[in-house]
Ligand binder design. Sequence first.
Ligand SMILES: *Cc1c(COP(=O)(O)O)cnc(C)c1O
Length: 348
Amino acid sequence: MKSYVFPGDIDPAIMAIGAEPIPYMRTQAFSDINLESERILLDLIGCKGGRTIIYTGSGTGAMSAVVENYVTTRRKALVIDGGSFGHRWWDLCRYYGVEQIHYEVPFARDIDYTDLEKTVAEGRPDVFLCQHHETSSGQLFDLGKISAICRRYGVSLVVDVISSFLAEPLDMDALGIDIAITSTQKGLNIPPGLSVLFFSERLKDYPFAHKGYYWDFEENFSNLRRGQTPFSPATTLYLQLHARLKQLEAEGGPGKNIAEVHRRCGVFRGLCRQYGWDVPAEVPSFAITGFQTRDMDRKVFRGLLEQYETSIMPGSVPGFYRVSHMGLQSDEDLRLLAGRIHQLESAL
Ligand SMILES: *Cc1c(COP(=O)(O)O)cnc(C)c1O
């Protein structure tokens, strides 16, 4: 079984933790693990003096938490909707009755930043919601430009970095991001089930709202101060997260992992050129490769699964597939994968 979806193939040492007995979590040992995880997470994203909340729940849970606890305290949001994940910000704001400017960006296109600035100047939002990497197309947005616009107009910046954390260089303080979100099944490359919120030091005394019981920020912060969670944590996942973070710390930070993701991506993009698959993203991320084939009825997807026990991700557009580079994969794996996709496509 080879996986090019999220999280992809995982280090066997991390997987082995999942087979171990589950320790009791209301202990100092478990608290120490979580406090250390928080410290490493803040280092990895460049968030000095900040805080984290680690939730048992997927990335969308953390997005929902941000809207409930933070976005509802603001006057007006601007939402970048460049694909299904941006659309989710829009949907969440709609769900909670937040006034918003819906800024749509066509599939796989970059933002027109001049037009965006005009929209901000005219619409005067006070909170900005976007993705760093719109995973549905593979398009990477320019956080440097977004951050500069937010600074000029005094807009609070919230970024879903779920699929760019540890795949793209990212410095939260340098970009002036107030809240960033990631989850475990993407760049962290461990099983799905946890999400992480990063809070800049600026929000230390912020009066958050209380609009959702399970995700309530203050309740989570008050427990996390001693390394605990208000409700039963997915204990094994917290241990796997900690072990993965210790690996990244031992590597000296995120640089080595990002370079490795970049390298795999380079190998696969070369194969896309060789087989004539277009990569439509205007500015493609390193995290995944989204590419266009001639396969209009998912025959390649089914063929890979049935003949080779291999998964790739179909996209929203017919013939468009996505291969993640965040799981373990060798150059040889990628050559074999591309060769099989080509062979299945040629047989159509
Ligand atoms: C995966 C992903 C999410 C969250 O999805 P979940 O299935 O809830 O973990 C959100 N945003 C982006 C950009 C993603 O890639």
